[in-house]
Design a binder for this molecule. Structure first.
Ligand code: GAR
Length: 207
């Protein structure tokens, strides 16, 4: 049996430039990487990340959330159906800026991960780099976690730290964190896709 046959099929949800998705697609080119990026879905039409995915030969789709109005679950049912049709095993959120309902999170429990630009549990939500600067912390970073219904509260799989330096502003700090995100996310996805990190009873079990 070849390694390729055992690879997990990964769907990636994006809302924008897709630089984390690119880091995953690059990692998945490796013959021993335990996952392939099989589908990229954006909830925003025409974002740069869709073009970048097509550049890797990855299938893409747009499911615009706006026609669904306030019915978040109807939007998610459309996403879920596309994931099912494409036989997706694992779901990766990469700059996907929609809050997911408990219905969807439950469906993908243990099979959905997210990257967040802070050292969780610090600085949940948006503007994490601004939050870090305002708090005056000496260290900042990023976290990959399993997704649970509460926003940015899921069990952490891996984290990476960066120093906060004198003279930092949001742009400088976010660029420093993003370099680490691009290494952390492929490493964390490999842990999950290989089964080395699993969500069991709400905690990450390793080995
Ligand atoms: C990344 O910094 C990611 O951590 C963040 O959005 C950016 C997306 O960039 N995600 C969140 O804030 C989720 N709450 P990308 O589209 O270039 O990957």
């Amino acid at each position: 049996m070849s390694t390729a046959a055992a690879r997990k099929r990964v769907g990636v949800l994006i809302s924008g430039r897709g630089s984390n998705m690119v880091s995953l697609a690059e990692a998945a080119r490796g013959p021993d990487y335990p996952a392939e990026i099989a589908l990229v879905i954006s909830n925003i039409p025409d974002v740069a990340g869709l073009d970048r995915a097509r550049g890797f030969g990855i299938a893409t789709a747009t499911i615009d959330h706006r026609p669904f109005g306030k019915d978040r679950e109807a939007f998610e049912r459309a996403v879920d159906e596309l994931l099912r049709v494409n036989q997706i095993d694992l779901l990766v959120l990469a700059g996907f800026m929609r809050i997911l309902t408990p219905w969807f999170v439950k469906r993908w429990e243990g099979r959905m991960i997210n990257i967040h630009p802070s050292l969780l549990p610090l600085f949940k939500g948006t503007h994490t780099h601004r939050q870090a600067l305002e708090a005056g912390v000496a260290e900042h970073g990023c976290s990959v976690h399993f997704v649970v219904p509460e926003l940015d509260a899921g069990p952490v799989i891996l984290q990476a730290k960066v120093p906060v330096l004198p003279g930092d502003d949001e742009d400088l700090l976010s660029a420093r964190v993003l370099v680490e995100e691009h290494k952390l996310y492929p490493a964390a996805l490999a842990e999950v896709a290989s089964g080395r990190a699993r969500l069991v009873d709400g905690v990450v079990v390793r080995g």
